[in-house]
Design a protein around this ligand. Structure first.
Ligand code: PLP
Length: 394
């Protein structure tokens, strides 16, 4: 008889986005004239830039010709993309070897898959509020989760506090959903803590390309000693509009060793066994992100979203609403006015301003009383949404 993984019984249902969709649908049905603006979108809306789509088109043609056809590639990615990533890291002062970089089909898969390398007896430190994947992937494996309290007092940037014992530590900076980003000094404390506890930091750098301040590291490996205690996950999704095209990368340093096992070698073994690489066409597109033209074009796209974030934060300031993020991040995490609960503020915004955002409570208990807005809309709709927000709050 087959026995199933009963850890799946312990997963909390995630109704956040379906509840939002249902409420919006019901409201729209009752008010067909309402023009609803969606400011809760976690997906990019701008198309992929020309330099990248051209590279992908050329790669498609290569696949159509006998002489240039590519079949299976290396599971860990083509050298041309690993080298492009290696040079990108060098631009932050991080020296990597090509075979420390593994190309993936996105950060989400690898954030889950990496857990293959760790025993179920590890205790995991996960911030609250948080991107739900970290907790759920560990519940599926039956690991004990300890929540790290992110709140207004620590500006949603929890630090090791002596009581936080853990074997695996998730850090997402810049953060989804709070938009908060750790400074160099704060990350140095986390690296010190991880080294002292022989823990491994799983560093999610999915929003790295939104960083503008010089004291916010782009990579955990900018910190001394991090190669002995961290794995980093990167993504082309928000950097270059690859949410539907799928490409990311994971950096597993060779210096990361636990119980005499090198995690780089373990991950290579895992990937060559369970993964068959990212499409050649997609990798060609991803490599074009790092050409001069690609960089110029993707930076324009990011700047467009950053302008939206500015429109949002200006509006919040004019209403005297406290917020976090929006500067090194596409996310703005605001404190619901007048001590409102997240879902009450959602209802108010939907029914009075016809604007949709995401109730913070959906990201963890510390998200109650907060609300996430995103900058992934157009300038026009963002500005209109903020005019409506101001009119109901002033
Ligand atoms: N990490 C965080 C914090 C995210 O918010 C997301 C997507 O929303 C991801 C990872 C997933 O990225 P990818 O599209 O590369 O799988």
């Amino acid at each position: 008889m087959s026995r199933i993984n009963h850890n799946y019984d312990k997963l909390k249902p995630n109704y956040l986005f379906s509840d939002i969709a249902r409420k919006v649908k019901e409201y729209q049905a009752e008010h067909p004239e309402a023009s609803i603006i969606r400011m809760g979108i976690g997906d990019v809306t701008r198309p992929i830039c020309e330099a990248v789509t051209r590279a992908m088109s050329e790669a498609v043609l290569e696949q159509s010709r006998q002489e240039t056809f590519h079949g299976y590639g290396d599971e860990q990615g083509y050298a041309f993309l690993q080298d492009a990533l290696k040079n990108y890291y060098a631009s932050f002062g991080v020296e990597l070897e090509r075979d420390e970089i593994f190309v993936s089909d996105g950060a989400k898969s690898d954030l889950g898959n990496i857990l293959d390398l760790f025993d179920a007896s590890n205790t995991v430190l996960v911030p609250d509020p948080v991107y739900p994947v970290y907790a759920d992937t560990n519940v599926m494996d039956g690991r004990k989760i300890v929540y790290l309290q992110a709140n207004e007092e620590n500006e949603f940037l929890p630090m090791p506090d002596g009581t936080a014992e853990a074997d695996l530590i998730y850090i997402c900076s810049p953060n989804n959903p709070t938009g908060a980003a750790y400074t160099r000094a704060q990350l140095a404390d986390w690296v010190r803590f991880a080294r002292e506890h022989r823990a491994v930091i799983l560093f999610d750098a999915a929003y790295e390309s939104f960083i503008v301040d010089s004291d916010i590291p782009h990579s955990i490996f900018e910190l001394e000693g991090a190669k002995e205690c961290a794995i980093e996950f990167g993504s082309f999704s928000k950097m270059a509009g690859f949410t539907g095209t799928r490409c990311g990368y994971t950096v597993v340093p060779k210096a990361l060793v636990r119980e005499s096992m090198g995690l780089n070698g373990m991950w290579r073994r895992r990937q060559t066994t369970k993964f068959n690489g990212v499409a050649y066409v997609v990798q060609r597109g991803a490599a074009a992100v790092f050409t001069e033209e690609g960089q110029r074009q993707i930076r324009e796209g990011i700047a467009y979203y950053q302008e939206n974030a500015k429109i949002i934060t200006n509006a919040l300031e004019s209403c005297g609403i406290k917020y976090f993020g929006g500067r090194n991040s596409p996310y703005i995490w605001l404190k619901c006015p007048g001590g409102m609960r997240s879902w009450d503020f959602f209802d108010k915004l939907l029914t009075q301003a016809n604007v949709v955002g995401t109730p913070g409570e959906g990201f963890g208990k510390n998200g109650e009383g907060y609300f996430r807005l995103t900058s992934f809309s157009t300038h026009e709709l963002t500005a209109e949404a903020m005019t409506r927000l101001k009119s109901i709050l002033h």
